[in-house]
Design a protein around this ligand. Sequence first.
Ligand SMILES: NC(=O)c1ccc[n+]([C@@H]2O[C@H](COP(=O)([O-])OP(=O)(O)OC[C@H]3O[C@@H](n4cnc5c(N)ncnc54)[C@H](OP(=O)(O)O)[C@@H]3O)[C@@H](O)[C@H]2O)c1
Length: 224
Amino acid sequence: MSACLSEFNGKRIIITGPSKGIGKKMAHTCAKQGAHLILASRDVDRLSKVSEECIRLGAASARVIAFDASVTDDCERLVEEAFPDGIDLLILNHAWSLWQHMDFGNPRANVDLVKALAATNYFGYVAIAQFALPRMTNVPGSKLLAVSSAASFVPIPSKTHAYSASKGAINNYFTALRSQLRIAGYRSPSVTLAFLGAINTEDFSVVVKDSLINKSTVSAESTG
Ligand SMILES: NC(=O)c1ccc[n+]([C@@H]2O[C@H](COP(=O)([O-])OP(=O)(O)OC[C@H]3O[C@@H](n4cnc5c(N)ncnc54)[C@H](OP(=O)(O)O)[C@@H]3O)[C@@H](O)[C@H]2O)c1
């Protein structure tokens, strides 16, 4: 398909967590279709490489913004520095996980882990969405995609209690946001949740070696 006929041609797209894995793949896909991209996470060196790849693949532009999703001021600055006139597509994709068992001998560590993952995985999504909404509600056809996980419904038995909880919070928040927007009379953005199964990213394949997950359930496609 030619770039001119593609869905993302000329669209203003923010992707969080595109320095590797699934976010990088999504950046490449949007780039091939001629999008204007903001690539946002912490690792500027990796982001700069992805930005160069995106330009080579056909992006109309690809700008790097360094930010830490656990810091609310960073989330606000990201949106301010991105597209002042409007955002067509916001992809909330960043996340991390420690893959750590609950330690019943150390309740404070259990609390701290849940809070640390929630700060980035959940509150980071909430903050960016809230700061971005004023630049999306006036853009016809704008879209918000929040990347969640099948682990939000069925926590993987071995190590993902804090991760699963952060993804479950995302599910409820963005479902509520969708209806709040409609109740308030906004026709855009649409709000979509993506419930991903196991995907063989660079980092995930390391995790799989050390977990109870049956390797046969992991998607054969590598995003590394
Ligand atoms: N892979 C799977 O099997 C799987 C399954 C279900 C759902 N998912 C979901 O899919 C999404 C992508 O997963 P992935 O496997 O591609 O992950 P990944 O390879 O580990 O990449 C995570 C991305 O998040 C960014 N990030 C982490 N902490 C951040 C922070 N504090 N501030 C800003 N950016 C931060 C990282 O960039 P920097 O290091 O540059 O900050 C990186 O670009 C995540 O939401 C994940 O929960 C993945």
